[in-house]
Design a protein around this ligand. Structure first.
Ligand code: MG
Length: 195
């Protein structure tokens, strides 16, 4: 069971820049409820109240019984960008923009021996066969080990919790009928239909 989804904002400089944000000096963590997750599902359902929902492809790590990382997946940090912009402008929390039903679709998990094997992987997101996001985990501002250590130091992480590690540039709108294809090269690939 996924109780908590710890997520990192602005962990790729090119993505921070495209949204007009400064680059953080320590990991900027926000929460998505564990119940936002779907595992290897075929569809992503957009909320009826949403106006402008964006895709953010991310490498997801999962904490095991010993709070070590022993598997990983590709995830979409589904974000309601219109509401997020309003909330950011007011200095309010992002919950409405980030933590709704189906806002954390995950592929199947693949085994990971150590974080080193994840530090130079291409992340590619296609929408209707067109490449929208194409980044590499080597571009992260804070390393995977730094993120894991930071989260374990500051938060009550429980076994099964997921850590979203940030998105590269190229975020954009997803609409009903779109086909999303997310791939971590050599590791995992997953497709969803947006409804
Ligand atoms: Mg994100």
């Amino acid at each position: 069971m996924i109780r908590n989804i710890w997520a990192v904002g602005r962990n790729y400089a090119d993505h921070a820049k495209e949204l007009g944000n400064s680059v953080p000096t320590q990991p900027m963590i926000f929460l998505k409820a564990g119940s936002c997750a779907s595992l290897a599902a075929s569809e992503i359902k957009l909320p009826e109240w949403s106006k402008d929902v964006h895709h953010e492809i991310e490498l997801a790590l999962r904490f095991d019984q010993n709070l070590q990382i022993s598997d990983a997946a590709v995830a979409i940090d589904v974000t309601e960008r219109a509401f997020q912009a309003e909330l950011k402008a007011k200095g309010h929390p992002w919950t409405l923009a980030k933590s709704f039903k189906d806002s954390c679709p995950l592929s199947a998990f693949f085994p990971v021996k150590n974080l080193e094997e994840l530090k130079n992987l291409n992340l590619v997101l296609k929408v209707n066969d067109e490449v929208r996001q194409n980044g590499n985990t080597a571009q992260m501002i804070f390393s995977l080990q730094t993120l894991v250590d930071f989260v374990l130091t500051h938060f009550p992480v429980t076994p099964g919790d997921v850590l979203l590690t940030g998105t590269p540039a190229g975020v954009g709108a997803m609409k009903s009928g779109d086909i999303l294809e997310a791939e971590i090269a050599g590791k995992v690939r997953h497709m969803w239909k947006v409804v």
